[in-house]
Design a protein around this ligand. Structure first.
Ligand code: KG4
Ligand code: ZN
Length: 353
């Protein structure tokens, strides 16, 4: 189907117009711009901000400054990679929230100005909705059928959502404190690993015994999560063990990581099972950076065989924060003529309606 989206030759599909959407994402520490031709991604450029590594977490003020520096080159690169001139764009989609206010303001202001300058529609996008609708980006994978259960797991979010239609979603549960990615990253920090430590925990976990150490799982009712107690439990455990043996971490790193990962995955899977029980829906679509974790992938794969679930995980580049997922929502909203006004402002707290 590639030729259908080649800009030069064919201006129209049969019964379906070609739309080029420029999408902008700047909710946290990734500056990203993408160009979509209808549901197909022509480019998806992400500038990851390395500056936060030395602080062990995202520093909001530094993030917004880096967005300011990155946004023009990133948009420029997205357009040139897609081989699209800005005059060909049908609309500009941008992340309105949730996220860090300073970061959101950069993308929001840029999108508003560009839409005004080009005299084309502006489309506001909820970042959490976008993580879920990333599954509808055109690619070779099968897409989930409505209704399905979406689980967004990343450094900023942990949410289980009932998805009845593109824009008919209901939050079934979410974290009451830390996000699951933070649980990985903070545990890694306790072990002296660099930020973000999630992928490193995953790496070492694959070489260790997941049942060597037991950590207490939080007792949270319903489909909500809590990870801050687990982090404290891990901290006290490590403090106690290193008091007896200062080399405890280095001697047992693989087993510690495997046990932490095992506990976190059990927490996520327990809630998913509950969600399936509660809704009777066995289609599970996950997203967010933690979807890259080998433990969750394995657990979901097992559930296909043992529980008859259908599971969906987008390509990794569409799991982490990216503008392509903003673009697919932009396109779907374009079809509904759901446009934003120039008066629109960024929204740091923005629930999925
Ligand atoms: O979606 P994302 O790129 O950014 C947001 O936080 O929104 O997710 C980043 C998070 C970090 O906490 C990182 O440690 C975690 O995803 N992560 C992982 C893995 N890869 C990324 N956590 C566990 N295992 C992984 N393989
Ligand atoms: Zn995100």
């Amino acid at each position: 189907m590639f030729y259908l989206c080649t800009p030069i030759f064919i201006p129209k599909l049969v019964g379906k117009e070609i739309k080029y959407i420029l999408a902008i994402e700047s909710s946290c520490d990734d500056t990203s711009a993408a160009v979509l031709c209808n549901k197909k991604v022509l480019s998806n450029v992400v500038a990851t901000q390395k500056i936060h590594e030395e602080y062990g977490g995202v520093v909001p003020e530094l993030a917004s400054r880096a967005h300011q520096q990155n946004i023009v080159p990133v948009v420029h690169q997205a357009l040139s990679k897609a081989n699209i001139d800005k005059k060909q764009l049908s609309a500009i989609a941008f992340t309105r929230g949730p996220g860090l206010m300073g970061s959101l303001l950069v993308g929001t202001s840029f999108a508003k100005s560009l839409a005004l300058g080009l005299n084309i529609p502006l489309i506001e996008v909820n970042h959490m909705q976008a993580h879920i609708l990333a599954h509808f980006i055109e690619n070779e994978n099968p897409t989930p059928q409505f209704p399905f259960i979406g689980m967004t797991i990343s450094g900023g979010h942990t949410q289980i959502v009932l998805v009845r239609d593109y824009f008919d979603m209901k939050i079934l549960g979410e974290t009451l404190d830390d996000a699951v990615g933070e649980a990985f990253d903070k545990s890694a920090k306790i072990l002296g690993l660099p930020y973000p430590g999630g992928p490193l925990i995953d790496k070492y976990a694959q070489l260790g015994n997941p049942k060597k150490y037991q950590f207490t799982k939080p007792r949270v009712s319903g489909l909500n999560f809590s990870f801050s107690g687990l982090k404290t439990g891990i901290l006290y455990f490590i403090q106690k063990e290193t008091k007896n043996d200062p080399a405890f971490i280095s001697k047992n790193l693989n087993d510690i990581c495997a046990s932490i990962q095992y506990t976190i995955i059990e927490i996520l899977m327990d809630k998913l099972h509950k969600a399936v029980q509660q809704t009777g829906i066995k289609q599970i679509a996950i997203g967010g950076g933690v979807s890259a974790n080998s433990g969750i992938r394995k657990a979901l794969k097992n559930s296909v065989q043992t529980h008859g679930w259908s599971t969906y995980i987008p390509k990794f580049e569409y799991c982490t924060d990216n503008a392509a997922m903003i673009g697919i929502v932009g396109y779907l909203k374009y079809l509904e003529n759901d446009f934003a006004k120039q008066e629109i402002t960024a929204k740091a707290r923005y629930k999925i309606a």
